[in-house]
Design a protein around this ligand. Sequence first.
Ligand code: GDP
Ligand code: MG
Length: 163
Amino acid sequence: MGGIVAIVGRPNVGKSTLFNRLIGERRAIVEDVPGVTRDRLYGEAEWFSRRFWVVDTGGLDLEAQEEIPAAIRRQVLAAVDEADLVLFVVSAQEGITPADESIAQLLRKSGKPVLLVVNKVDAPVHELYVPEFYRLGLSDPIAVSAAHGKGIAELVEAVLARL
Ligand code: GDP
Ligand code: MG
């Protein structure tokens, strides 16, 4: 067992697409937590002859200015807490939203190692939007397209270097 990697981020940034990309054909295990609105999904990834666990959190459902709902906040914090490394997923095509900023703040406070993953970089034009994510004050942004499989091997190399 090579460590636990939690995928967090607001809804629709592509967390589940990235999770599936990382675990490939392997089946995910659902953890049904009583009293929690969203389940955590666990999957084992194997890349370059190394294995690690990936956790897909349901996501932080929050509108601009809204408090993060307590149950979801607990759920994400629990996933972050048990993780050795956090992948914070944002979207190049939508830019930084207030929800992204709230999550970035939560993650900076957690003190966990975080890799900032800028998803939906499908085409060269989207690469122009990647540098703005430096503003979140986390790691260097890593550009990927979970849907098209771009940048995934580079992301995995960065993950393995930190596990
Ligand atoms: P989640 O809510 O963060 O788990 O996001 P999902 O994985 O469910 O993806 C949300 C939407 O974004 C879906 O319509 C995906 O097909 C789409 N999506 C995910 N990754 C990419 C990507 O790399 N590029 C584009 N263009 N769309 C993506
Ligand atoms: Mg999802």
